[in-house]
Design a protein around this ligand. Structure first.
Ligand SMILES: Cc1cc2nc3c(=O)[nH]c(=O)nc-3n(C[C@H](O)[C@H](O)[C@H](O)COP(=O)(O)OP(=O)(O)OC[C@H]3O[C@@H](n4cnc5c(N)ncnc54)[C@H](O)[C@@H]3O)c2cc1C
Length: 244
């Protein structure tokens, strides 16, 4: 549940020299974005993010389509300082400006630290990434020791902007819950699609004749998952080599 306190009159944007009026939509988006940044639970992070996408009329998709739109619509100083971190990271030549893995879909099962970090990497490479997580909360408070290389990596992804106490001073540890929240927020900002309450059940490979019928190296997998909130079995279709 989140609440947006909104004054519908145009506001002055203090970050643009104090003279440029902010549209009501931008002001609302900026408020929702602040709530997203400070969200302290899995649920609140997802709900504020979904609302933000609704307000901005954008949908999570691959990095090069989603991220520039989000960035263009959120220009507060808080947002700008995060964008500068993410831009720097994404400009690494190995990502080829988000086009190293075009026409690729990646499904990540589990929003643990490893799943979320992998999702971020695949998204930066240009894949369309979906994460399914069987739970709807991050509840593990066990404290993880972070190696220097991990601290460096997380700082470069804007961890400090998302959690002010991140590795302050000589601290080199973090609760698992907080680490998941940081990684989740980065993944969402890059356009990763995350579904809570979805349990992966099995993968059914396509019959040989189906692959050959579709042609062009296309492979169609059936993925069975359990959507808890609907209590039914659903089938998702994953395709390889398909233009998104
Ligand atoms: C009690 C406990 C204490 C620990 N203490 C420490 C510690 O002090 N220091 C330390 O460094 N490490 C500790 N660890 C280890 C640390 O938690 C793991 O190294 C870390 O969580 C591994 O991350 P992961 O992303 O690989 O997996 P996980 O964190 O386990 O994430 C897997 C995710 O996948 C989801 N999932 C699983 N199956 C499915 C499915 N079929 N469909 C959809 N989603 C699914 C799960 O809900 C989970 O969110 C501890 C672990 C436990 C259990």
């Amino acid at each position: 549940m989140f609440v947006v306190a909104m004054d519908t009159r145009s506001r002055i944007n203090p970050h643009l020299g104090g003279a440029t009026p902010m549209s009501p939509e931008s002001a609302m988006a900026s408020d929702v974005f602040d709530q997203f940044l400070s969200a302290g639970t899995f649920k609140a992070t997802l709900s504020t993010y979904r609302y933000l996408c609704e307000v901005l009329r954008i949908k999570p998709t691959n990095y090069s389509t989603f991220y520039p739109k989000l960035k263009a619509k959120l220009r507060s100083w808080k947002a700008a300082s995060l964008w500068s971190k993410l831009d720097k990271r994404a400009s690494h030549k190995c990502y080829n400006r988000g086009k190293a893995c075009p026409n690729t879909r990646v499904l990540i099962i589990g929003a643990g630290p490893c799943g979320l970090r992998t999702a971020i990497e695949a998204q930066l490479l240009g894949a369309k990434v979906v994460v399914v997580e069987k739970r709807d909360r991050f509840s593990r408070n066990n404290v993880l020791h972070l190696w220097p290389i991990v601290i460096h990596d997380l700082r470069n992804l804007g961890a400090k902007k998302l959690f002010g106490k991140f590795c302050a001073g000589s601290i080199d540890h973090i609760s698992e819950r907080q680490l998941q929240l940081i990684l989740l927020k980065v993944a969402l900002l890059l356009g990763v699609e995350v579904h809570e309450n979805v349990t992966f059940k099995s993968l059914i490979e396509p019959p040989e004749n189906l692959s050959s019928e579709l042609g062009g190296g296309l492979k169609c997998y059936l993925l069975t998952t359990l959507f808890h909130n609907m209590s039914l079995m659903c089938l998702l279709v994953l395709m390889e080599n398909v233009t998104l």
